[in-house]
Design a protein around this ligand. Sequence first.
Ligand SMILES: Cc1cc2nc3c(=O)[nH]c(=O)nc-3n(C[C@H](O)[C@H](O)[C@H](O)COP(=O)(O)OP(=O)(O)OC[C@H]3O[C@@H](n4cnc5c(N)ncnc54)[C@H](O)[C@@H]3O)c2cc1C
Length: 259
Amino acid sequence: MNSVVCIAQVPDTETRIKIGGDGRHIDDTGIKYIVSPYDEYALEEAIRLKEKQGGDVTVLAFGPDRVQQALRESLARGATKALHVKGESADADSLGIAKVLAAAIKTVPHDLVFFGKQGVGTDNSLVGPMVAEILGYPQVNVVTHLEVADGKVTAHREIEGAEEIIEASMPAVITAQKGMNEPRYASLKGIMAAKKITIDSKSVSDLGLADSDIVNQRVTVVSLELPPEKSGGRKIDGADPAAAAKEIVRYMKEEAKAL
Ligand SMILES: Cc1cc2nc3c(=O)[nH]c(=O)nc-3n(C[C@H](O)[C@H](O)[C@H](O)COP(=O)(O)OP(=O)(O)OC[C@H]3O[C@@H](n4cnc5c(N)ncnc54)[C@H](O)[C@@H]3O)c2cc1C
């Protein structure tokens, strides 16, 4: 059972985002990057399958050199191989990223291809389904439970008021939802073992693609804006709770017009 897990490296969810000088991208000075949280569920699922059925778990990331850190962390958790496709352009849109990942996946033996249900931060939820379409594979999205036996996958999805159970032949694309499993932390042994694994590296041109196949394929970000600053709020002073409650009601009715 060989799996590929696509890992998006994203700004830590605690990051205070600043807009870059061009007004179209974030300023990444001082940003701490993490593995996108939904990708952790995808990785954990692939590692559990490998532990039960053998095979390899290859983690794959497309992006600048910093994404090697996300690959290294994934190896420390239990992935067995890593492939970095080098790319610098922040104008690679979801389709451009999907083309690169699909071409890279073809170079790696695989039965299943895992993604997070969304890359946290940009939240497009597009790359996994697009890769499935490019490769012509069945896809099951937002999966909370997975079984693999007899050459097919059975995937469970939580839908409004019910659970949907889907069977698909392999190879297939699965996108992971929170709750699929409890992702493990890297052990010290895992961190030491990961240091010995060489991260394979390819350029976009090694995959037969050019920047013109990747940048702004269908979507161009025209501007980025921060949400308006929140006002400081109002503190109602006074030791008498009844008087404070009256003042809150008056404020909500007359000033905030919320009642
Ligand atoms: C070459 C390059 C340069 C970038 N530079 C910047 C930058 O300067 N500033 C910035 O803020 N962001 C940058 N990004 C990140 C990018 O803009 C997206 O935020 C990110 O790739 C997720 O996109 P999405 O919302 O379309 O993904 P979604 O469709 O929401 O992602 C779904 C899933 O697809 C997979 N996936 C998505 N992207 C990748 C990837 N690149 N590699 C492997 N798997 C992936 C993951 O499994 C993810 O959970 C860069 C990306 C690339 C490829």
